[in-house]
Design a binder for this molecule. Structure first.
Ligand code: SAM
Ligand code: SF4
Length: 483
């Protein structure tokens, strides 16, 4: 399939644009102007951030360039405080479902690229998708992100079929309640088709916002090489009614400081264009090793653990209302640390090979079908226990999107910090469901204690009695109880 031909009309509008909203020179000017800020400069930005408002690029640049340990520690503390104020102490769990590793692109960092001969190519049939979903449901998953390469076999109609299969597959333990999508950019008409199927967030990572690096990483004879087709895909998704948008950068391709500024400029563009609606989520994967992919081993801009922690905190401080996703690409030790810096979602029990839930119990088992390496192979149950041990509460909540709290409506809640009035009750209820249906003895034991702790905090609020009632209903067999 010639993707340039397919999207010819839409592409031409981007080709005609004089410039886009990422100005590389301006970003570097702002970063250079903020070099070695004083403690006072950093604290002034933190005072503003404490009001839970989105920062301006000049302010974020100050945080990025801060190298002073004392005020970096203050940044960390405030990032966690903001996450708590917006989303409460809850962490939402999901697992990806890879539907296809066929891809026409040649992204230099990715195991799925078409010129990687060692990959066994496979696009799941609908029956195979259903088998994968059954395994996921029986392990306790309620939320997934469907992942696809870009190929003639994974057109939007294939995606529609897979979404239908995911939502209609049930076991005696229940069903997947929210399916997000991570796929190549689509046209407005194609996004409309996805919207009709009730998908959650549309995720497209820009990979790198730096124009030259983007060009180098994505050969120009592939559709992925078209920077603006990707940069403006959230605009097209929004126009099609998909108003929960997920941004992301693949960290390690270019200087992390520039990329954080890119994410902020993208956020500002969306807010300006769509009546204040910014990204529903931001993802910040670091490149991990990919099979037969030399670039993944030799990264000029590899991000150190220290810088990674800093960039997580800075994203939380700069875009306080956004959901922040840390995936199992990161090892457990790092994930435990960044939970305290503002992360609000993570995956567990993850398998990223095509067909891997049916074929294997953990990640990294199907080398010729996996896009990259997973560094946290933890099972869902162990992950939940570990989240409880560090004092947070796991959540399988899907209430906002199913109650229509998306886009502008969601932003209204998230930006006014009201969301924890939904988040915490729903975390308690959905985690209780997991405990009753799936938990190991150890996870149930600590999980029930965590539920008690958070219930206590809600004593005296208008929600308390309703939650107690919901918990009783769950124990009596009712499912999907939510606010
Ligand atoms: N093909 C679609 C696209 O490019 O948008 C779907 C995305 S791909 C299957 C999911 C994401 O994985 C990519 O957007 C990229 O950020 C990330 N990725 C690719 N190679 C990676 C690697 N070696 N390590 C970590 N993440 C990687
Ligand atoms: Fe294909 Fe996406 Fe991998 Fe690029 S990142 S080669 S588009 S699957």
């Amino acid at each position: 399939m010639d993707f340039f031909e397919k999207y010819k009309k839409e592409l031409s509008q981007y080709d005609r644009m004089e410039k886009d909203f990422i100005d590389d020179d301006l970003i570097w000017q702002q970063l250079n102007a903020a070099e070695n800020p004083t403690k006072q400069q950093v604290r002034t930005v933190l005072q503003k951030a404490d009001n839970c408002v989105r920062l301006e690029p000049e302010e974020t640049a100050i945080l990025i360039q801060n190298k002073d340990p004392e005020t970096i520690e203050e940044m960390y503390q405030l990032a966690y405080k903001l996450k708590h104020e917006v989303y409460a102490d809850r962490l939402v769990l999901f697992a990806p479902l890879y539907c296809s590793d066929e891809c026409a692109n040649k992204c230099k960092y990715c195991g799925f690229r078409c010129d990687n001969g060692v990959m066994k190519r496979k696009t799941l049939t609908q029956a195979e998708v259903a088998e994968e979903v059954k395994v996921m449901i029986n392990e306790g998953q309620k939320r997934t992100v469907l992942v696809y390469g870009e190929s003639p076999n994974t057109t939007v109609d294939y995606m529609v079929d897979t979404i239908r299969t995911v939502y209609s597959t049930k076991t005696d333990k229940g069903a997947i309640r929210r399916a997000n999508i991570n796929a190549a950019p689509l046209s407005v008409e194609e996004y409309k088709k996805l919207k009709k199927e009730g998908i959650g967030t549309i995720q497209v990572f820009q990979e790198t916002y730096h124009h030259e690096t983007y060009k180098y990483m994505h050969p120009q004879d592939t559709i992925k090489g078209h920077y603006r087709w990707r940069l403006y895909c959230m605009d097209r998704a929004y126009q099609a009614g998909c108003d929960d948008m997920g941004l992301g950068v693949l960290f390690g391709l270019y200087d992390w400081r520039f990329e954080v500024m890119g994410l902020l400029y993208h956020t500002i563009h969306l807010e300006k264009t769509f009546n204040g609606v910014g990204p529903h989520t931001i993802s910040f994967p670091r490149v991990t090793l990919a099979n037969s992919t030399p670039l993944s081993r030799h990264l000029k801009y590899k991000v150190s653990d220290e810088d990674f922690k800093k960039l997580v905190a800075i994203i939380r401080l700069s875009v306080p209302y956004t959901g922040m996703i840390c995936t199992a690409r990161e090892p457990k030790a790092i994930r435990d640390q960044v939970i305290k810096l503002g992360v609000s979602q993570m995956d567990a029990g993850t398998r990223i090979g095509v067909g891997a839930y049916t074929k294997s119990k953990t990640a990294n088992q199907l080398k010729d079908a996996e896009q990259f390496t997973i560094n946290d192979e933890i099972s869902l149950d162990s992950c939940l226990k570990s989240i409880c041990e560090i004092g947070e509460i796991p959540s399988f909540c899907t209430a906002c999107y199913r109650a229509g709290r998306t886009g502008e409506e969601f932003m209204k809640y998230a930006k006014t910090q009201f969301i924890h009035n939904f988040c915490m009750p729903n975390a308690i209820l959905t985690f209780k469901e997991y405990i009753v249906d799936y938990a190991s003895k150890e996870t149930a034991e600590i999980g029930n204690k965590v539920i008690e702790k958070y219930l206590k905090q809600l004593e005296g609020t208008e929600y308390y009695n309703k939650i107690i009632d919901g918990l009783k209903q769950i124990e009596n067999g009712k499912r999907d109880v939510r606010f």
